[in-house]
Design a protein around this ligand. Structure first.
Ligand SMILES: [Zn+2]
Length: 144
């Protein structure tokens, strides 16, 4: 029993050392439904995301250079010890919770959140259209 207990503690410590397992993001500029979907998208990558207004990692609706509809920016703190993440969803586009209505117009906030969080985790783009990290992912609620 003693060995098992030690192993379990070891696992907890290890995961605690990985900054990508538990991340704080300032989600205060998102609408409540967007906040919930973004946190849920973290589960896809086994990330636990906490909403923290004081975090330097931020998610918001902003200006995104076409043809992209969302963008993840990594930037470094002055001492370059820390990387911070900025995830912008294009404010000019329509975003929706597609799980509520597949017939609605707009982009799938949940699927695109998963893709952008993949970038936070250092995932590279994929050539496979079925992969969440596919280059041209532009998941819409309605599949034409
Ligand atoms: Zn991408």
């Amino acid at each position: 029993m003693k060995t098992l207990k030690n192993i379990l503690i070891g696992v907890i410590l290890l995961s605690g050392c990985n900054p990508t397992n538990h991340m704080r993001f300032d989600l205060s500029r998102l609408e409540p439904w967007q906040k919930n979907l973004f946190i849920e998208a973290g589960n896809y990558w086994n990330m636990s995301i906490k909403d923290d207004k004081n975090s330097k990692n931020a998610v918001y609706l902003g200006t995104v250079q076409k043809p992209s509809i969302a963008f993840t920016n990594n930037f470094y703190s002055e001492d370059e010890d820390n990387i911070f993440y900025d995830i912008a969803f294009d404010k000019e586009e329509m975003w929706n919770d597609c799980s509520k209505d597949r017939n609605t117009e707009g982009y799938d906030f949940f699927e695109i959140s998963k893709h952008e969080l993949g970038h936070v985790l250092g995932k590279k783009h994929s050539e496979n259209p079925k992969d969440i990290m596919y280059h041209y992912i532009a998941e819409r609620c309605k599949n034409e």
